[in-house]
Design a protein around this ligand. Structure first.
Ligand code: HEC
Ligand code: HEC
Length: 286
């Protein structure tokens, strides 16, 4: 009787232990979050962020990238693209695309900070990939200039103002890119851009130089909104000259209409002269 009771209690204890183990195992995916440190398993807080991210993903991304993020006819697989890619595409508003076949463009982010973090954590949990780079401030601007001229200027223009690079691709202007975006772009190589393998110092240097470009004085003349290789001389001819011509025409037409006015105005004076009130000239002989 006592023996039975004890074994029943043992069974219950065993059941509880197995149940708790199973819940713990189900609750935390075996795949570690990329970048959260080699091989570490998700904490409970992190796994609830992943759950939030999964829900957002199913609602906003799965139609193109598949319910498990493995890709589909309208979007590539996101397994292994890493936090860097997800963070870049979400913070620059490139994702979500509004419809299949839509062009990928930079715009205001679609999600708030918390939702971006949840989505990024979820995408990172799909498989190991590059984490969001920590780009240090205060990089060497001169080195950044050298790196930029050698690696980036061909597409983004020497001033970072962007350029059409053929094939319908546009290397966007870099005026909006912060250090994080720059680091991520160089790691992942979005769209037609190649991926680079810079060390942290080179990344900091590039970020410092691109930042400087955005704030630099423009000794060459007006920046014209950093629109690219458009000389202010061209703006002068294309905008200024027609304006001058128009105002010349306007003045000429107005001048033509009011031309009689001065002679009318002079007429009474002539009468007055005739009336003998002119004291400027010599007195006429009477
Ligand atoms: C209408 C379809 C569509 C939707 C919805 C969509 N995407 Fe995409 N996504 C694409 C396409 C197409 C590409 C490839 C773009 C390219 O090559 O420039 C892409 C690329 C990406 C990439 C880059 C992958 C890589 O190789 O680095 C990420 C990350 C991404 N999407 C995340 C998301 C997330 C997160 C969502 C939901 C918030 C989302 N996408 C919603 C179609 C979609
Ligand atoms: C072969 C041409 C090419 C080269 C070389 C290139 N890029 Fe790009 N870059 C692009 C294109 C195209 C895009 C836009 C991709 C898209 O929207 O899908 C881009 C986007 C970016 C962005 C995102 C800007 C934003 O605000 O969204 C950054 C930052 C960037 N590039 C930095 C660099 C840096 C730094 C280098 C040099 C180390 C470089 N790129 C070299 C073509 C290039």
């Amino acid at each position: 009787m006592r023996g039975r009771a004890r074994s029943a209690a043992g069974l219950v204890a065993l059941g509880v232990a197995v149940g708790a183990g199973a819940i713990a195992w189900l609750g935390s995916p075996a795949t570690p979050v990329a970048g959260s440190g080699g091989g570490s398993v998700l904490t409970v807080a992190e796994s609830s962020v992943v759950e939030a991210g999964r829900a957002l993903f199913v609602a906003n991304c799965a139609s193109c990238h598949g319910s498990q993020g493995a890709g589909g006819p309208n979007g590539p697989s996101l397994v292994g693209v890493g936090a860097a890619s997800a963070d870049f595409y979400l913070r620059t508003g490139r994702m979500p695309l509004s419809a299949p076949g839509q062009r990928v463009v930079r715009q205001d982010p679609h999600f708030d900070e918390a939702d971006i973090e949840a989505l990024v954590t979820y995408v990172a949990s799909l498989g190991p990939g590059p984490s969001v780079p920590q780009v240090a401030a205060g990089g060497d601007i001169h080195r950044g200039w050298q790196l930029f001229q050698a690696n980036c200027a061909a597409c983004h223009n020497a001033t970072g103002s962007g350029n059409a690079i053929g094939g319908g691709f546009v290397a966007v202007g870099l005026g909006q890119a912060d250090a994080r975006t720059i680091g991520e772009a160089t790691i992942i190589g979005p769209g037609a851009m190649p991926a680079f393998d810079f060390d942290p110092q080179a990344q900091a240097a590039l970020a410092a130089y691109i930042r400087w470009l955005g704030e630099a004085p423009t000794p060459g003349g007006a920046a014209i909104g950093q629109t690219g290789p458009v000389a202010e001389g061209f703006i002068g001819v294309a905008v200024g000259l027609p304006l001058l011509l128009l105002s010349a025409l306007f003045i000429a037409r107005r001048g033509g209409r009011t031309a009689p006015a001065p002679s009318e105005g002079r007429a009474p004076a002539t009468d007055a002269t005739r009336g003998g009130h002119d004291d400027g000239g010599p007195e006429p002989d009477r």
